[in-house]
Design a protein around this ligand. Structure first.
Ligand SMILES: Nc1ncnc2c1ncn2[C@@H]1O[C@H](COP(=O)(O)OP(=O)(O)OP(=O)(O)O)[C@@H](O)[C@H]1O
Length: 256
């Protein structure tokens, strides 16, 4: 078990943004999180990455209880994430952005070094050049990050996350604003990263059709509650999910 979130609740004043959500993520899984606007997806991500302290609930990462700890502790335990709006260092070259993540991995304290010995770090994550190759940005290495396209910035953010040598990668709407073709490329890259780097990936996305084609499990949030957790096939045929979010159209596309 890489991450075990138990009964996580996040309140903002009177609003319950995340309502007693439990979810577990096992090594090597590729899991999608979907749900309407305001369903609590990003708030749940913030809670499971230490960005937002939960009002109640527990978070266990690789066997350690990190409830109430800050994001740096989650990162030190091998968790990396992207944000809805890419957070890159716009004035720095693309390669230097990746180097920043590598520096973080290098500084990681020995006691938090859960990846194991240095020799087990995949060769693809050992330097900025290889990471840029992996995400397809070698040509852009010397350009300022602010000068590359928004879709390339999303790839760069994934590269920066990979540079920290994560075990668990949380992706928040990395396909937002991309063309259909770019979304498909992104989905293939995510699968490849999961396969080649032995990652657990949790992916929030509004592009539901693409997501359902590529993930093995889907969690559906609605008004802060988890209303479904199963294979894409199970989820699109779940009456509560159809009613709350997907409509009949999607169900008809995926015959039983
Ligand atoms: N910092 C905050 N303070 C107050 N309310 C917040 C805060 N962050 C989120 N909310 C509210 O919590 C609820 C869940 O928001 P959240 O952004 O997690 O949903 P979401 O499913 O990610 O939505 P979207 O798909 O639009 O990104 C919403 O009603 C939102 O307005």
């Amino acid at each position: 078990m890489v991450l075990d979130a138990r009964d996580v609740t996040v309140r903002f004043g009177g609003l319950v943004a995340v309502d007693a959500v439990s979810a577990t993520f096992r090594a090597g899984e590729l899991v999608g999180i979907i749900g309407p606007n305001g369903a609590g997806k990003t708030t749940f991500f913030n809670a499971i990455s230490g960005v937002q302290a939960p009002t109640s609930g527990r978070m266990v990462v690789l066997g350690d209880d990190l409830t109430g700890k800050g994001p740096h502790r989650y990162a030190a335990h091998g968790l990396a994430r992207t944000f809805q709006t890419p957070r890159v260092f716009a004035d720095m070259p693309v390669a230097a952005n990746i180097a920043f993540g590598l520096k973080f991995a290098g500084r990681r304290q020995r006691k938090y070094w859960l990846w194991g010995e240095e020799s087990t770090v995949p060769w693809t994550l050992r330097d900025a050049g290889r990471i840029l190759q992996l995400i397809g940005l070698s040509q852009q290495a010397d350009l300022p990050a602010g000068a590359i396209t928004p879709s390339q910035q999303r790839l760069l953010e994934i590269g920066m996350a990979l540079a920290t040598r994560p075990k668990l990668l949380l992706l928040d709407e990395v396909a937002a604003g991309l063309t259909e073709a770019e979304i498909d490329n992104m989905a293939h890259l995510i699968r490849r990263l999961r396969d080649e780097l032995d990652l657990t990936v949790v992916w929030i996305e509004h592009a539901v059709r693409v997501l359902l084609r590529h993930v093995e499990r889907v969690i559906v949030l609605h008004q802060g509650r988890k209303i479904a957790d199963g294979t894409p096939h199970e989820v699109v045929h779940d009456p509560e999910v159809v009613e709350a979010y997907l409509g009949d159209e999607m169900t008809e596309e995926q015959p039983a």
